[in-house]
Ligand binder design. Structure first.
Ligand code: ZN
Length: 347
């Protein structure tokens, strides 16, 4: 089985939102809901990945439950409310590690990840999607970094004090608003100093080019696809894809139907061939060392041929049948992520 290291999942949000039962036990024993829990990860060869903490606005209905390709803009979340929810989800991450009896490890370096994977543990990266929990003076960033934060998406698809996220629109260019604020540029500098990976997924195009200008790290889009094949505001233009490759960065293929399909529809079925077409396009422009997976498990509707984490071997099988070969399949499924993390975090 080809091991998978994945650029994005929302299992912490799913567990945090559970109405009943112990969310830690639900994850470790497997609750069969959504896409991810420990038994299904082990079954599918899911070796590790970025575990996102995302704070939804209480005013927003759950996203992507219908076919609305142009939903209303998301509501803001205040900093203190976001910080409180972020601490709650980070606590869940650490309690899973504590209760896992050595089966799950929160990793702070590539050496940590390699050790965890070699020992058969799930290697988790503490990632925040949307920097609402961080104050403009970046004080909470210091504390979150000390707690293990190693990756940060400046925005989700809404505006905050640092930048403007792309609203979900189809068809739409990702050029939907202004770039980074001064606080956003300071956030980029501080993340570079602390070696926190900066994620440009959900950022609008001006924000993307501001990060490209101000960041000293490789550019990374953890869960985004090719705009040329699916004209969502969430996807990357050819110029963005080429630039990510040139900086030694990384693009994680998002499994969400709405970001894969040429018609942008969420619920309609979608074959693995569409995913392979995006991988081909991303590799053609960025290079085969700069593309990987960013499933969006537990955050989106995905092809039923994969179904959930246990179905990952079907994607690896489709890659091989498509002619990628063993070495390239392994690079796409995990090894490219290790290289970009080494370049971003240091050895
Ligand atoms: Zn996302």
């Amino acid at each position: 089985m080809v091991p998978v290291f994945d650029g994005h999942n929302d299992v912490l949000l799913r567990l945090w939102g559970k109405k009943a039962g112990d969310p830690v036990a639900a994850f470790l024993n497997g609750d069969g809901e959504g896409h991810l829990d420990l038994p299904r990860m082990i079954k599918g060869g899911f070796a590790g990945g970025f575990f996102a903490i995302f704070v939804p606005s209480p005013q927003d209905e759950e996203f992507a439950d219908d076919e609305d390709m142009n939903p209303p803009p998301a509501h803001d979340v205040g900093q203190l409310a976001a910080l409180s929810s972020t601490v709650a989800m980070a606590s869940l991450l650490f309690r899973i590690e504590e209760a896992s009896q050595g089966r799950f490890s929160v990793c702070r370096s590539v050496a940590d990840i390699r050790t965890a994977v070699a020992e058969g543990k799930i290697a988790a990266i503490f990632h925040i999607e949307g920097a609402e929990a961080i104050d403009a003076e970046l004080k909470s960033l210091d504390v979150l970094h000390k707690a293990g934060l190693r990756s940060l998406g400046i925005v989700w698809s809404r505006d905050n004090v640092f930048a403007s996220g792309v609203p979900f629109r189809f068809p739409s260019s990702p050029d939907t608003g202004p770039g980074l604020t001064e606080a956003g540029k300071a956030l980029v500098r501080r993340c570079n100093e602390l070696k926190i990976m900066i994620d440009v997924s959900h950022l609008n195009e001006k924000g993307f080019w501001d990060v490209a200008r101000h960041s000293s790290a490789p550019l990374v889009a953890t869960h985004s696809n090719a705009h040329a094949l699916s004209a969502s505001s969430r996807n990357l233009t050819d110029e963005q894809i080429r630039t990510i490759g040139k900086t030694g960065g990384m693009i994680g293929l998002n499994f969400a139907n709405g970001f894969l399909r040429a018609d942008g529809r969420w619920q309609s079925e979608n074959g693995l061939d569409t995913m392979l077409r995006h991988l081909d396009h991303l590799m053609k422009l960025a290079g085969e060392d700069h593309v990987g997976l960013g499933s969006d498990f537990d955050g989106a509707r995905i092809p039923s041929q994969i179904g959930d984490a246990a179905g990952l071997p079907r994607l690896a099988g489709a890659m091989k049948a498509h002619g990628y070969g063993e070495d390239l399949t392994r690079k796409l499924c995990s090894e490219n992520w290790m290289r970009v993390l080494e370049r971003t975090w240091g050895q």
